[in-house]
Design a binder for this molecule. Structure first.
Ligand code: FAD
Length: 467
């Protein structure tokens, strides 16, 4: 048995050899030029804003950063439209870009109080700062996404989720929130008070106003054991349902062109902490990229080499408090499409996606992420009406991603998939209305809270059928 690290280093070396020699078949990602970027300052002297992956850009005429809720309310009354709240800019869709006012709640950060085990959290708090703040009280969030760079309100607005068949997306833990409307009114809402606003605002796309604080359920801060292993893709498919039933958190990555999958589980434990070790994801991606560059011309050869390099890697384990282990770093930039499918169709769809990529797109090397999310009832929650299984396809930020719309999205849509609000998709108004039973109710609340549409940029107008 070799360690996954040793296997990855070997794969990375293969990549380096290819980069030096070059097969001429596929252009190595690192040899490609940086994607074109607009100027950092426009003709009016306005600074460029970009999202994390670099595909969304804007030149806001004003950048607002209120220091407290009172300032937020008065800024909203006079701000130049479209007014777009922004968190960490980690969405791939054009939710945040505006030529008007870009509004950040970075100054409204921290836990400001407790009601029993529920924490009152300022909406600009980054998830990475929330973990240690809750841990001071011996508490934690029930679940976390892959990374913890997002702001709390930004994560809620797109229905950000982790994985676990009994665990809801982050907004499932919200028991109340405070919304500041575009005309400066402050509305407290919960399931018992202003309930319609609450159901619309838990997943709001930032279209109703600006959320200033959130009341969050928490759980005891427990240690968990993280396990990561590599196995044949067919085994991962066969065991997936049992593992979702068995583990607190379980996900796997199907690695196209390798016949392999990477499984990751998290379970509560009282065992002492055991360090996670250095990040291996970048080395893993380098190895996969190397295999693509070297053997992209032959899927059978690519699979054989991948098995030889990776299949005997031994599992890795780590033990620590959940907030330290559930999220990891994503040092390699990418673009992403993720759809949430009815749970019973998830694995079939995954097989179809992998087969399609292996037939049509030898340039793809990123693993495909497969997660399970419990149901909730927020109006724009993709998880409304039953548990969903997500399938996420990534492309390196220098690589083409148009094929996601042409090849992959039609598969997701044929199986009743709902798009992640923050990730690439082409769906609009009527298509979304067909997927969301409370779509019209959401639009009604939106129109009541923002009759002049001051929160709407062109992307949101398109989404809501207002153009
Ligand atoms: C590397 C990476 C990993 C990711 N991993 C996951 C994952 O594991 N699971 C998952 O589900 N998603 C994941 N995502 C997607 C990400 O969680 C969402 O796109 C999330 O919305 C980004 O949060 P943000 O703070 O960057 O918000 P932004 O992208 O800045 O904004 C998102 C939305 O929130 C709104 N908003 C921001 N602040 C407020 C406010 N105060 N009031 C009202 N609306 C507001 C904005 O207007 C916008 O509509 C990932 C993205 C990246 C780039």
């Amino acid at each position: 048995m070799i360690s996954r690290r040793a296997a990855l280093v070997a794969g990375g070396s293969a990549a380096a050899v290819v980069a030096a020699g070059g097969t001429g078949y596929l252009v190595a990602t690192h040899d490609k030029p940086e994607p074109l970027s607009p100027p950092s300052v426009n003709a009016d002297g306005k600074l460029l804003w970009r999202n994390w992956s670099g595909i969304q850009t804007a030149y806001p005429s004003a950048r607002l950063a209120p220091r407290d809720e009172g300032e937020l309310a008065s800024m909203l009354k006079t701000a130049t439209a479209p007014v777009r709240p922004v968190g960490a800019g980690h969405s791939f869709t054009a939710l945040a870009p505006t030529s008007g006012s870009l509004l950040s709640l970075d100054s409204l950060s921290g836990v400001i109080g407790w009601e029993g085990d529920e924490a009152l959290v300022l909406a600009g708090t980054r998830l990475g700062a929330l973990g240690p703040a809750l841990a001071e009280k011996g508490r934690a969030m029930a679940n976390l996404p892959d990374i913890n760079k997002q702001s709390l309100a930004g994560a809620l607005a797109t229905a950000t989720h982790g994985t676990g068949s009994k665990l809801q997306a982050l907004h499932g833990d919200v028991t109340g929130l405070r919304l500041v409307t575009p005309d400066g009114r402050v509305i407290d809402c919960s399931a018992d008070s202003n309930a319609e606003v609450f159901q619309a605002a838990r997943v709001s796309l930032g279209a109703l106003g600006v959320i200033s604080q959130v009341r969050l359920k928490t759980i005891p801060n427990r240690r968990i054991r993280r396990r990561v292993w590599i196995e044949p893709f067919q085994d991962a498919l066969a065991k997936a349902e049992a593992r979702w039933a068995q583990h607190r958190n379980f996900e796997f990555y199907a690695v196209p062109f390798t016949g392999l999958a990477v499984g990751i589980s998290h379970d509560e434990t009282d065992d002492p902490a055991q360090a996670r070790g250095a990040d291996q994801d970048s080395a893993f991606l380098d190895a996969l990229k190397g295999l693509r560059n070297l053997l992209g011309f032959s899927t059978p050869l690519r699979k054989a080499a991948a098995r030889a390099l990776l299949a005997s890697a031994k599992p890795e384990t780590a033990v620590d408090e959940g907030w330290k282990l559930l999220s990891t770093e994503r040092p390699v930039r990418f673009n992403e499409m993720e759809f949430h499918l009815p749970a019973d169709r998830q694995l079939k769809v995954l097989e179809e996606v992998v087969a399609t990529l292996e037939k049509e797109r030898p340039d793809v090397f990123f693993p495909i992420e497969v997660r399970r999310i419990a149901s909730d009832d927020a109006w724009l929650s993709p998880f409304q009406g039953g548990a969903r299984g997500s399938v996420a396809v990534h492309t390196h930020y220098k690589d083409d991603f148009a094929f996601l719309y042409e090849l992959i999205e039609p598969i997701f849509r044929r199986h009743g998939g709902r798009p992640h609000w923050g990730k690439l998709h082409t769906l609009k108004d009527q298509q979304l209305a067909a997927l969301y039973p409370r779509w019209e109710d959401f639009l009604k609340v939106r129109a009541e809270l923002d009759p002049q549409g001051r929160m709407l940029n062109p992307y949101l107008k398109g989404l809501f059928g207002l153009v």
